[in-house]
Ligand binder design. Structure first.
Ligand SMILES: [Fe+2]
Ligand SMILES: [Fe+2]
Length: 343
C-alpha cells in the first residue's frame, strides 16, 4: 500500500486530505510541521509527500530542497494558499513533482497523488531491475573469475606434469624447470610486466628444457664433463622442444621462448646465434633465470657453484650475454628482496 505523508500546520486540512486519501486505499501519515516530518520520514518509507509551503518556523520549500537532495526518489507535491507563478516555478525547480493551490479539491488531489504514486512505482521498479542487473553481473563476474582460476590451475598443472616427466628422465636436475619458471615470473614481476605475460613466463620456464626428453639418458646424467660430440647432442634440446610445441597454439610465444632460451645478446648462443633485438624480452628473462638456477644447483658433473657465483656470472656478462634490465631485476630480487628458490 503506497505511503503518503501530509504536512500542513492546519489540522482541518490534514484531517480532510487524509480522509480523501485513505478512502482511495492509501496509507497516510501526517505531520504539523517540517521538524516533525523529518523525524517521521526517518521512521517510515514514504512514497509521496504532500506539503504546505507556508508554515511557521520552517517553510515547506526547505523540506522540498532537503528531500530532493537526500531522497530524490520520493515524489513531492507542494500546496499553497497564496499561489504565484514564481512560487510554482521555484517549487518545480527545487524538484517538486507537482504543485496544487488551496483549497485543494478531492478530484484534483487524487489525480495528483495517483500520478505521483505511479511515477514512484516506476522509479522503484527501475531501481529493482538495476539491483537485479548488478547482482547478475556480479554473479557472472564471479563465475568467470572462478573458471579463469581453474583454467589457470589446469594449465599450470599440465606444465608441472610435463616438467615432472623430464625430471623422471633426468633426476639430477629435478625441479630445475619449475624453479626457473618461478624465478622468471618473479623477475617479470620486478620488471612490472603485465599479469598475462607473467603467466606465460611461468609456463615457458616450467617447460623450457622439454626437448631434453629426446636426449639419451647417459648423456643427460653423465657425471663427468661432456665430450664435444655429446655437448652438440645436448645443444639440440631447444630445437627439439620447439618442434614439439610449435604445432600447439598457445596464448603466449612459448615455443619461440623454448627455441631461443640458450641464445645470448652478443650472438654467442645457440642454436641460431641470434643477437640482441632478435631475442624477445621473455626469452632474455628465461635465459637469466635458467643460468642462475643452474649455477646455484648441483649437477652430476659438479657440486653447486653457489648463488654468489651465479650473481657474479650475470653481473660480469651484463650487456654482453644478458639483458641489463633483467640482470638488475634478478640481482634486486636476491640481494634486496631475499628471493629464494623455495618460494
Ligand atoms: Fe636448456
Ligand atoms: Fe634449463
Amino acid at each position: 500500500m503506497p505511503n503518503i505523508m501530509v504536512i500542513d500546520d492546519e489540522k482541518s486540512i490534514r484531517v480532510t486530505l487524509s480522509e480523501f486519501l485513505k478512502k482511495e486505499g492509501y496509507h497516510v501519515i501526517t505531520a504539523e510541521n517540517v521538524q516533525m516530518a523529518r523525524v517521521l520520514l526517518q521512521e517510515d518509507d514514504v512514497d509521496v509527500v504532500l506539503s504546505d509551503i507556508i508554515m511557521p518556523k520552517e517553510s515547506g520549500m526547505t523540506l522540498l530542497k532537503f528531500l530532493h537532495e537526500t531522497s530524490p526518489d520520493i515524489r513531492i507535491i507542494m500546496m499553497t494558499g497564496e499561489p504565484t507563478v514564481d512560487t510554482a516555478v521555484d517549487a518545480i525547480r527545487l524538484g517538486a513533482h507537482d504543485y496544487l493551490t488551496k483549497p485543494v479539491y478531492r478530484n484534483e488531489l487524487i489525480k495528483a497523488v495517483t500520478n505521483a504514486v505511479n511515477f514512484k512505482q516506476l522509479i522503484d521498479e527501475k531501481r529493482r531491475l538495476e539491483l537485479q542487473n548488478q547482482e547478475q553481473r556480479e554473479n557472472l563476474e564471479r563465475l568467470v573469475e572462478e573458471r579463469t582460476h581453474k583454467l589457470h590451475q589446469a594449465m599450470m598443472n599440465t606444465a608441472y606434469a610435463t616438467a615432472a616427466m623430464l625430471d623422471l628422465r633426468d633426476p639430477y636436475t629435478a625441479g630445475h624447470q619449475k624453479r626457473v619458471g618461478s624465478l622468471a615470473r618473479a623477475i617479470g614481476k620486478e620488471l612490472k610486466l603485465p599479469a598475462d605475460t607473467l603467466e606465460g613466463l611461468h609456463i615457458a620456464g616450467c617447460i623450457h628444457d622439454i626437448g631434453k626428453i629426446a636426449i639419451p639418458f647417459e648423456i643427460l646424467t653423465k657425471p663427468v664433463q661432456l665430450s664435444l660430440n655429446e655437448y652438440a647432442i645436448i645443444q639440440e634440446h631447444p630445437k627439439i622442444g620447439y618442434d614439439v610445441l610449435r604445432s600447439y597454439e598457445m596464448p603466449w610465444p612459448i615455443s619461440e621462448i623454448v627455441y631461443h632460451h640458450h641464445e645470448r645478446l652478443d650472438g654467442s648462443g645457440y642454436p641460431q646465434g641470434l643477437k640482441a633485438d632478435q631475442i624477445r624480452l621473455e626469452t632474455r628473462i628465461i635465459s637469466v633465470a635458467d643460468v642462475v638456477e643452474a649455477m646455484s644447483s648441483h649437477r652430476p658433473y659438479r657440486p653447486s657453484l653457489g648463488l654468489q657465483c651465479a650473481m657474479d656470472e650475470i653481473t660480469m656478462n651484463k650487456n654482453k650475454l644478458y639483458d641489463p634490465f633483467v640482470v638488475d631485476a634478478c640481482i634486486t630480487l636476491f640481494n634486496e628482496k631475499k628471493y629464494t628458490f623455495d618460494e
